[in-house]
Design a binder for this molecule. Sequence first.
Ligand SMILES: *Cc1c(COP(=O)(O)O)cnc(C)c1O
Length: 953
Amino acid sequence: MSQRRPLAELEQSTDFVRRHIGPDTADRARMLAVLGVESLDALVEQVVPAAIRRREPMALPAGVSEAQALAELRGFAAHNSVMKSLIGLGYYGTHTPSVVLRNVLENPAWYTAYTPYQPEISQGRLEALLNFQTMVAELSGMDIANASMLDEATAAAEAMTLCQRGSRSKSTVFFVDADCLPQTIAVVRTRAAALGIELVIGDPFEHLPTLECFGTLLQYPGASGAVRDFSAVTAAVQARKGLVVVAADLLALCLLTPPGEWGADVVVGSAQRFGVPMGFGGPHAGYLATRDAHKRVMPGRLVGVSVDSNGEPAYRLALQTREQHIRREKATSNICTAQALLAIMASLYACWHGPQGLRTIAARVHRLTAICAAGLRQLGYAVAAEPFFDTIRIDTSVYTQAIHEHAREAGYNLRAIDAGHIGLSLDETVTREDLLALWGAFAPAGAVLPDIDALDASIEDVLPPAQLRSSSFLTHPVFSRYHSETEMMRYLRKLADKDLALDRAMIPLGSCTMKLNAATEMAAITWPEFASLHPFVPAEQASGYHALIDGLEAMLCQATGYAAVSLQPNAGSQGEYAGLLVIRRYHESRGEGRRNICLIPSSAHGTNPASAHLAGLDVVVVACDKQGNIDLDDLRQKAAQHAEKLAAIMITYPSTHGVFEENVQEVCAIVHEHGGQVYIDGANMNALVGLAAPGQFGGDVSHLNLHKTFCIPHGGGGPGVGPVAVAAHLAEFLPGRGPRAIGPVSAAPYGSASILPISWTYIRLMGAEGLREATASAILAANYIAARLAAHYPVLYTGPNGRVAHECILDLRPLKDATGISVDDVAKRLIDFGFHAPTMSFPVPGTLMVEPTESESLAELDRFVEAMIAIREEIRGVETGALDAEDNPLKHAPHTAAVVLADDWNHRYPREQAAYPVAALRQWKYWSPVGRVDNVYGDRHLMCACVPVSDYA
Ligand SMILES: *Cc1c(COP(=O)(O)O)cnc(C)c1O
């Protein structure tokens, strides 16, 4: 008998699909048996309406092994050239501290966490984000800063609308300094046009003394490098009730008087050069800081200090009543996913260097720039005369092209200002050797290069003396304690240990798709060929990136059934905004610019109405019926009523209720009949990939969340990528696609480019069949949980066959009525079992929405089911009177070690039940570092910076 096993069979053992999908074949059979369904395909037939099911598989190649995918990524990397880019314009070389790279950016304890909505299991990242806020507020000289914005350009656009809300001026004009970063001006222009804001762009010293405007945006230092004194024009704008926004460079603010000290109302910018690689444009943390007076109208996430149930200080997200999930179209912004991980990295860069270290870095950058300019003058070039920090403008007349070429040969990219001028921005990575090489590129043949030490001995700094910073910053001990690597490593470990991320337990957040972020998918993002590229390098230096981007766009077209994709938006919310602008542009192109009504079902995610508002559309709410489906009668009536002005409908599919609505094609048809376009929110693509495609069943536009379905980690609240995908008739309107395109919606052409390899790698590893299997497995897992828990908690919505899609809503309202136990109590009690709560009260108040994803093993699903059943038994205890209605383990959850171990224990339930409600917890337990956090107290006593140093005395 032959011992031979064919190669093809042996090769399957390298198959990534079984690494990505938690349950193996035997487990899936067990799960199907619980459902009484014979195969995965049979389940899919029960769940996905036949009318919308794909007839053809996605045209994607078969999946490859992890080794093969890494080899292909190396191939892309080899086609990117890593040069030193001194282009500036908001992107600078920086050294990521190795201790931060290894322990944060490459550590799943940090990058797989979710947005810190559940503060008790998020104290570590909340502390790091609070450090970010403190750092930004102090460097900018403002009272309060958020954590964080998507990039500098969108932060400036958000600041413009903040001015609209906060200013008492009646003007509709917003003034923009012509020396702002060009991409900032472009993004602000897009936003202003959608909102009917009139922009005036020019020289602030010429316009501002007399111009009526509700706000103004200044750049400090300017894009040209000039450091100008804006105090007089600031006072002039404010005298006429306008507000002043300043886009400022954080490193420069270590040396320059911060805008807060000369009167600015809002300061925005990017924290990129604080240790976050350029990454061909992103992701980086944008920031926004303002005065206390404007805190309730500021956009973005804000971390505050509150107290927990034991009276101890605890962090939480503050003032959420400003945000889209509560205020919807009246929200201060549509931001949901922000840039948490990058903000954390930037804050740690500040902790690592401390105020003294930052000042030294800034001073060295300035000194090198001053020497560089003096050397260029010695070589006969005219350098612009204004004071500068790190950026100079050189008159290169007829030699411009030759200098660019020489510089490139030596490995440098310079800024091409125009045919006669070159710009240079220096950064902390620039060395003496670089200066010599740069001078070499400028020097006429045979010229003697300047002597660095001689120049250093003879020239002065060129910062304007009147604008030198005298105030101290980062005085809090957190910025001085962790300067040794041992201390920093342990600080990072301590913070990470406080948090619950995917490296410890399933995070069953409905709508958020917390699935595996595989190590191989993450590998390439820190390779220099992806991490070190400036977004504005010549195209030939980024051909690896372009090939990967083209490939990913094509993959996403296959997954969605659309014709074209733009990867520019930095988050789902930005994809929505871009998609709606595309729809508006389409109507305008047909002479139907009047169409400005957007229908949105009542169950929609908060970003939908908030984005519609930002895109200049009026929101009309469509009702849902008792099954949670769009009420067709109401839709018909509203579509007809608004037919003249109907721009679009925004629906989510499968619905936010976790159901494949049977009538989705009819919904699309009704809107199309009345001249509207159909926007399908693709946040739930994890239920669709390979089974059904929005572009095939009626959608015109969708955004995807690559940080949900396509494996980019959530990073504790960002980064994200929210590509916008469109049907063929809309392709020409996508950002960057030609003369009829909408304006840019992000600072960089490809948004958060450096994390795109993650999604590319996922799709490449899975292949068409693997992706389809993942989707079916996600549906299986949700139905398994629904079936196991149905006897304990009613499942709120199901399709015609009694099935859910990839998530299920557990209705806790009857239990609340009977026992007073709320969703909050259940969510907090889950922490004692070592779980992150499911999504709370979205889309239905008083419910929990569970999305297990395909990546969780059957063992983990069962652990969750066991916890939920044990909690149900505790609620039954309250029902029967076995547990006290107030003094029970649910109301007092989560239990900290300090509470359980205290000498006093005077609760009416045993300590053991508090800490070890199921036996397995004795082997391994997550202890919440704080008790339940008081939300009301936190907003009443708003504290959004590190506790003052005096409290440490
Ligand atoms: C997550 C989500 C969004 C918003 O995406 P962000 O990337 O957080 O901006 C929009 N719609 C739905 C249904 C979502 O679940």
